[in-house]
Design a protein around this ligand. Structure first.
Ligand code: FES
Length: 134
């Protein structure tokens, strides 16, 4: 917006901007909040995760003998029930019995989609990991 040399118009423009500023600030804060909801929530995983498959809160963990860790959502891809148990090396859904392999693939339906895998990064401070669960 070009500056108007007329002081009266400039004052009116300033007041108009002043009136709009709270709404612009509120809209910006709302957008930022909505964006942060989409951002993955980092979860700290301690270094003492047992080998193989385990479920910790909302995360299915698969720790390999080489020390690497994979993390998956503990929500069943059939209808979203919480996965809580590992039986005979597969994760079992308590609702309708879907089973998932350690790499997240479906071992038995009714689910047809693999578990959602989340990014895992080492946590240099704790010696564990950080999972970007989202
Ligand atoms: S919700 Fe898991 S099998 Fe249906």
């Amino acid at each position: 917006m070009p500056l108007d040399p007329n002081p009266r118009t400039s004052r009116a423009q300033f007041l108009a901007w002043l009136a709009i500023a709270p709404f612009a600030w509120a809209a910006s804060a709302l957008l930022q909040r909505l964006r942060s909801r989409d951002r993955p929530e980092p979860v700290m995983i301690p270094p003492d995760v047992p080998l193989g498959l385990s479920v910790s809160g909302d995360i299915v963990l698969n720790r390999s003998a080489d020390g690497s860790l994979r993390a998956f959502s503990a929500r069943c891809t059939h209808l979203g029930c919480k996965l809580e148990r590992v039986i005979d090396g597969v994760v079992v859904c308590p609702c309708h019995g879907s089973r998932f392999f350690a790499d997240g693939r479906v071992a038995a339906g009714p689910a047809v989609r693999a578990l959602t895998e989340w990014r895992v990064r080492p946590n240099a401070q704790s010696g564990g990991w950080i999972v970007d669960a989202g």
